[in-house]
Design a protein around this ligand. Structure first.
Ligand code: DLL
Length: 433
C-alpha cells in the first residue's frame, strides 16, 4: 500500500504535536504582523503571538467565521501582497458577493501534495487515467484535484462538468480508470448509461473519488454496484484550501485529516467550547502552512467527530467521520453551496419586498431538484399574469447567474408557508407536498 508523504502521514503523535506547535506559532506571528483583522482581534484580548506556548492555548483565541471573510472583501484577509499571489479562486458567501481566495506558489505546491495524499490513499497510481468532472473555473474542486493528480504522474482528463453523453464517450474511448466528481454526478452517469443501455462494467473504470457534498453509505454502495468501482470519500472547504483537507484510505473507515497542515478542533456549536475527543460537534480548522490566507479557528459549519485510534493503513493522522450535517442553513445542490440569505437578497432586489419563501430540495433522484415557493404578496398579486410570469422568469435567471443553480419557482398562498420553521426543506424519500 503506497503512502504519498510517509514522513508527515505516519508521524508519531508526539512529533506531530511538536510540528503543529511550531507551525502554529509561525502562523500566528504572520497573521498578527500582516492581517489587520487578526491584529485588531488579538489586541482586543491582549494576546501577543509570543504568549502562545502550547496547543492548548489555541482555545483562548477567537474564531474566524465566513462573515469575517465577507466583510474583508476582496483582499482584506490576505497575509501577503498580491504580487506573491499566483492564483485566485472564489467561494460562495452568504451574500451575493462571493469570497475571494488567493494562493501563493508555495500554497499551490502544498495543495497539490495534499490532494496527492488522498488520491494515493484511495489507490490512484501513476498509470491511471483520471477523469475530472468538477467544474473548471473559480471553484476550487477541479483545479485542486488536477494538480494533485499531475503530481502523482497520472494522466489527467480535464472534462469539467455537464454534457454527460460526452463524459461517457470519453470514459469509454480513453479508457478512464478513475472518476473524480460529486457523488450525485457519479449517479447521474450511472443513470445515463442505464437509460442508453450502456454497460458500466465494460468500462476500464476501477476507482471513484467523490466529495464536495454529503453522501451516505447507502449511496456509496449504490455507486459501487452500479458503476462496478471502489468509491472513496474526500472532504474539503474552499476557504481553507479546497479539496485536500481529508480523505479516505482503502479501508474506508473515516477520512484521514492532514493534521500537519490543518489543526482540527471539535466544538459545541452553541457555546463554542472545545469538546473532548470522540464527541460530535462543529469542525474548526486552523491552517498551519497556508501563506496567502492563513485562517485561525475557522468555523466550517460541518458536524462530525474525530477518531484518534490507529488505522490499519499505517497512517497516524486522525480520522474524521463523514460530515453528518451542518450547523447552519446552507444547502448543497449538485456540489454548489447555497444560502437562503442569497435567495432572499435576489427576491428583494427584483421585487423590493421580503415575502415568505421556502426552498424545497428533492434529493430523491441522482441530481437534486430545487423548488422555491414564494408567498404571494399584495403587490405581486396585483400584477398582470404576464408580468407575474416575467417576474418569476427573471428570478429564475438571476438565481442561475448569481448562485449557479437551476430552480423552479412557484407563487403560493402565504398561509401555506406560515408554519415553516426553516427556510429549507429536504426531501429524501416519500411524496412531495
Ligand atoms: O466543496 C471543496 C471540494 C471540492 C471538496 C471537491 C471535495 C471535492 P466548498 O464549495 O467550499 O468546497 O464546500 C465546502 O462542502 O463545508 C461541506 O459542508 C461540504 N463538503 C465538502 N466535501 C464533503 C464531503 C468544496 N466529502 C462544504 N462530505 C463543506 C460531506 C462535504 N460534505
Amino acid at each position: 500500500m503506497k503512502i504519498w508523504d510517509p514522513l508527515h502521514e505516519c508521524m508519531p503523535r508526539e512529533d506531530l504535536e511538536q510540528l503543529q506547535l511550531e507551525r502554529l506559532q509561525a502562523t500566528l506571528n504572520r497573521v498578527y504582523k500582516n492581517v489587520v483583522h487578526y491584529r485588531k482581534l488579538f489586541n482586543e484580548i491582549s494576546f501577543v503571538p509570543e504568549d502562545f506556548q502550547s496547543l492548548g492555548d489555541l482555545k483562548k483565541l477567537p474564531f474566524t467565521s465566513p462573515t469575517d471573510l465577507q466583510e474583508n472583501y476582496p483582499y482584506g484577509m490576505f497575509a501577503v501582497p498580491l504580487r506573491e499571489v499566483v492564483r485566485l479562486h472564489s467561494a460562495p458567501g452568504r451574500s451575493i458577493k462571493p469570497i475571494v481566495l488567493g494562493y501563493t506558489k508555495n500554497d499551490i505546491r502544498t495543495w497539490a501534495n495534499l490532494v496527492a495524499r488522498f488520491m494515493v490513499a484511495a489507490g490512484v497510481e501513476r498509470d491511471d487515467l483520471v477523469q475530472i468532472a468538477f467544474l473548471y473555473g473559480l471553484q476550487t474542486g477541479a483545479f485542486g484535484i488536477h494538480y494533485g493528480a499531475e503530481a502523482i504522474g497520472a494522466s489527467v482528463i480535464p472534462m469539467s462538468t455537464g454534457n454527460t453523453e460526452k463524459q461517457v464517450t470519453i470514459m469509454q474511448d480513453y479508457r478512464s480508470t478513475v472518476l473524480v466528481c460529486t457523488p450525485s454526478y457519479a449517479l447521474r452517469i450511472a443513470d445515463f448509461m442505464e437509460e442508453h443501455n450502456l454497460n458500466p462494467h465494460g468500462l476500464a473504470l476501477r476507482l471513484g473519488l467523490f466529495g464536495g457534498e454529503p453522501w451516505t453509505e447507502e449511496r456509496r454502495k449504490e455507486i459501487e454496484e452500479r458503476l462496478g468501482i471502489v468509491a472513496t470519500d474526500n472532504y474539503g472547504v474552499s476557504e481553507i484550501i479546497g479539496p485536500g483537507i481529508a480523505g479516505e484510505c482503502v479501508y474506508k473507515s473515516g477520512l484521514h485529516l492532514f493534521e500537519d497542515a490543518f489543526y482540527p478542533e471539535i466544538i459545541d456549536p452553541h457555546s463554542g467550547e472545545v469538546l473532548p475527543p470522540g464527541h460530535v460537534g462543529e469542525l474548526v480548522i486552523t491552517t498551519l502552512v497556508k501563506e496567502a490566507i492563513p485562517l485561525i479557528r475557522y468555523r466550517t459549519g460541518d458536524l462530525t467527530r474525530l477518531d484518534y485510534s490507529p488505522c490499519s493503513c499505517g497512517r497516524t493522522l486522525v480520522r474524521m467521520e463523514k460530515p453528518r450535517g451542518r450547523t447552519d442553513d446552507m444547502i448543497i445542490v449538485k456540489g454548489v453551496n447555497v444560502f437562503p440569505s442569497q435567495i432572499e437578497q435576489i427576491i428583494f432586489h427584483l421585487t423590493g419586498e421580503q415575502p415568505l419563501f421556502q426552498i424545497l430540495v428533492d434529493h430523491r433522484s441522482s441530481l437534486d431538484q430545487v423548488e422555491i415557493k414564494i408567498g404571494v404578496t399584495e403587490k405581486i398579486f396585483a400584477l398582470e399574469l404576464l408580468e407575474q410570469t416575467r417576474l418569476l422568469e427573471s428570478l429564475r435567471r438571476r438565481i442561475r447567474s448569481v448562485i449557479g443553480i437551476n430552480t423552479t419557482i412557484r407563487l403560493v398562498e402565504p398561509a401555506t408557508l406560515t408554519n415553516v420553521e426553516s427556510k429549507v426543506k429536504h426531501i429524501w424519500s416519500g411524496p412531495v407536498d
